[in-house]
Ligand binder design. Sequence first.
Ligand code: ZN
Length: 282
Amino acid sequence: MTKDQSLTRLLTRRRALLAGAAAVGAAGTAGLFATVAGEEPIRPAAPAAGPQARRALKPSAYRLEPLTGYGPPRAAPRRALVRRAPFLRVSGRGRTMVLTFDDGPDPRYTPHILDILHEYDVRAMFFVCGEMVADNKELVARMADEGHVVGNHTWSHPLLTRLSRGRIRAEMERTCDVVEETYGERPAWFRAPYGAWNRATFQLGADLGMEPLAWTVDTLDWTTPGTRAIVDRVENGAAPGVVVLSHDAGGDRSQSVRALRAYLPQLLDSGYFITVPERKYR
Ligand SMILES: [Zn+2]
């Protein structure tokens, strides 16, 4: 998607602004994600919903996580950048990282990513586009079989901030439907294309029972910078609570696949537990 690429470039600044805005309202992160130093994680009062009743979140519960831009902790200094020991070695609680793959599934790349994850017995998140799912249902069924989490990334990957509420809702809801059909349950997570969120996307996502999830480390793999560059971005960004953004569709993603094969075993060797987030608000 070359159109995606130029839009993403344009939106980098906007994303930074939005991330700043989100951080103002979010005092801390809880559970999986590292807590901001000195602040207690804040959990909104969660309704005791039964498994069938996925209730809409209250507006006060909107919380884009992770706090985009908080990156590796400052206390974990240069060691993480030293070439011979690129990873922050971690142990104990909080040594988790999340790998996310957006825009798929794509039969050219997604199976290889699933193979690698399977080889290392690792679970990841796939933010799928409904129109890609419709053509590749068996890949989403495989994600379910292998324990991955499938999130909603809209039907056709539009810039939601330019759409009416009705169209945003249709983009989201139609994708929820095809995910339910192929994955076996409706998605619990939503990620806006280009990271372009606005109030309507938060509200409508919550109405559909989804929590918003951003990222902290962007591999920029869609720019096809070379496998080594992608690996370096993951290595240099590795820290407890980090959420890595990669893509398994939208262009030639062979570098993304090769990079995963290189960095995943290194992350594991460095003591990271690669996992998927738990839902907190139901
Ligand atoms: Zn995307």
